[in-house]
Design a protein around this ligand. Structure first.
Ligand SMILES: C[S@@+](CC[C@H](N)C(=O)[O-])C[C@H]1O[C@@H](n2cnc3c(N)ncnc32)[C@H](O)[C@@H]1O
Length: 483
């Protein structure tokens, strides 16, 4: 029997999904954060849940080092919850991540599949174009930082190596503004400032203060301070009064909106602070290129991008003649999509529908079926998407008869896709037997669950992981399914 406080010497044989070393002592599986495969370590047992034969331990000493162990380059590494793998050489990180995808998928996917080598991030430091830092108070001082692993306590930082050197001066100007104006930071439902969110894409800097009120004192002086550091910065206040841990609220106020001149793979775009944008520019382009290579769009292709964001992937394919149906539940993303398609002269090639795919995709599949069979669309059984999107769905469904290559593109958030979306895809496949699905996932666990269902009517053609989130345990995977 293991006991809390006991010191054990173990050999690490595997890595868990949270990047911890795994060892076995009699019947126990022991998790040791920061220990690497092949290492012998001394560890202290810190927690033994009563329900399962597992134990959590703290690394005390590495007795025999892995040849892949390196000195972490960041002074916050052991405390900050951001990175998981700064103590492991980058090539080996990619191997760990590939194994972790294989292990996770194998638990649920019961058909044979192969996972390709992970596409590396170049560069693998300083790659992030977006940061979301909570405000907090530590030892009576207002700080910005990251939450410590598994905790609501903040680890204050003054730099982050996953972002460029652009971050530090903006953080400093923000803390100066907060201190000079004695603004209270949010804590348990009280106070104003919650998060500092910054995007830096192609040197277009956009700063958003997430606050419980838009009435922040001397906000123009803050803007002047930012603009003195980086010319043409945009500044927004986003309102979030909820007591959840969701970062952004639904309402955003513009303090200064400098029109951005962003171009992604030849597509001109601008971004609202609420619209999603992939955080690693290098991997985003590689991923989009590969998605488009797989789909190989032509005039015969119609793509339903069911989690489209601002619809960039669709826009690239529309340029090759494909017809696009973009769906996103965030109205600002669909507003950005409307602007983007107009700006690029391809608005005749897209329907941009605002709504939850769980309701929109089943309605679209039903409307397509109805058009094929010349019967009336029945709204009594299915939940309506929304009055506005019902109109767009009807219009979008009416053009399907002109296309014979139907592709559903899924790029959902971490929770994956709903059962209703899978059922709608299966329904579409009864109309279009050659239907193809391209699934981009940022969470192998929900990808495994969804692939287990999709493989009952489609075959896996390829799975490629991309190191979108280098130095952390997270990754992106691109999965192609067809007949
Ligand atoms: C991972 S992002 C992908 C965006 C886009 N494919 C890209 O590469 O920029 C997921 C997107 O799905 C949207 N979303 C999340 N849940 C949704 C739902 N149930 N229905 C429709 N859109 C949803 C989010 O607003 C977000 O824009």
């Amino acid at each position: 029997m293991l006991k809390k406080g006991q010191i054990v010497e173990v050999e690490i044989t595997d890595i868990g999904v949270n990047a911890e070393g795994i060892a076995h002592i009699s019947d126990y599986t022991v998790f040791v954060p920061f220990a690497l495969v092949g290492e012998k370590v001394r560890a202290e047992i810190v927690h033994i849940p009563s329900s399962k034969p597992i134990a959590f331990a703290k690394l005390v000493e590495v007795l025999m080092k892995s040849k892949h162990r390196i000195e972490p380059v960041c002074k916050y590494f052991l405390e900050c919850g951001g990175c998981d793998y700064l103590h492991l050489d980058y090539k080996e990180q990619l191997k760990y991540k590939r194994n972790s995808v294989i292990n996770t998928l194998s638990k649920m996917v019961k058909v044979p599949f192969q996972v390709e080598e992970v596409i590396p991030s170049i560069p693998n430091m300083g790659y992030r174009n977006k940061v979301q830092l909570p405000f907090g108070v530590v030892k009576g001082k207002v700080v910005l930082g990251f939450y410590k692993k598994g905790s609501n306590d903040i680890c204050p930082i003054d730099e982050c190596l996953l972002h460029g050197s652009w971050l530090t001066p903006i953080m400093k100007a923000t803390l100066d503004y907060v201190n000079d104006n004695k603004i209270r930071v949010y804590f348990k439902g009280k106070g104003l400032l919650r998060h500092l969110v910054i995007r830096n894409i192609d040197s277009n800097i956009c700063v958003t203060l997430v606050s419980t009120s838009k009435n922040l004192p001397n906000i123009n002086s803050f803007y002047d301070a930012l603009n003195a550091i980086y010319k043409n910065t945009s500044l927004y206040i986003n309102i979030n009064k909820e007591t959840t841990n969701v970062i952004m609220g639904n309402e955003t106020f513009e303090i200064k909106n400098i029109p951005q001149s962003l171009s992604v793979m030849g597509i001109k775009t601008s971004l609202n602070p609420l619209s999603f944008f992939q955080v690693n520019d290098n991997i985003r382009e590689k991923l989009y290129e590969d998605v488009i290579k797989i789909i190989n769009p032509s005039e015969q292709t119609i793509v339903i991008d069911a989690y489209s964001g601002v619809g960039i992937m669709g826009a690239i394919m529309a340029k090759s003649g494909a017809q696009i149906i973009n769906i996103d539940e965030i109205s600002e993303a669909i507003d950005d999509a409307n602007i983007l398609y107009k700006l690029n002269g391809i608005d005749h090639k897209a329907y941009n529908i605002c709504g939850d795919s769980t309701f929109v995709l089943p309605r679209l599949a039903e409307a397509i079926l109805v058009n094929q069979s010349h019967r009336a669309l029945d709204s009594s059984n299915d939940k309506l998407a929304s009055n506005d999107s019902e109109e767009s769905i009807k219009k979008a469904s009416s053009i399907f008869q002109s296309y014979n290559d139907v592709v559903v593109l899924l790029d959902p958030p971490r929770k994956g896709v709903s059962e209703e979306v899978i059922v709608a895809i299966e329904k579409l496949k009864t109309i279009y037997p050659s239907l193809r699905v391209v699934y981009i996932s940022c969470n192998p666990a929900t990808l495994a669950r969804d692939l287990a269902k999709l493989t009952s009517f489609l075959n896996i053609k390829s799975i490629v992981p991309y190191d979108m989130f280098a130095q952390t345990k997270h990754l992106e995977a691109l999965c192609y399914l067809a007949q």
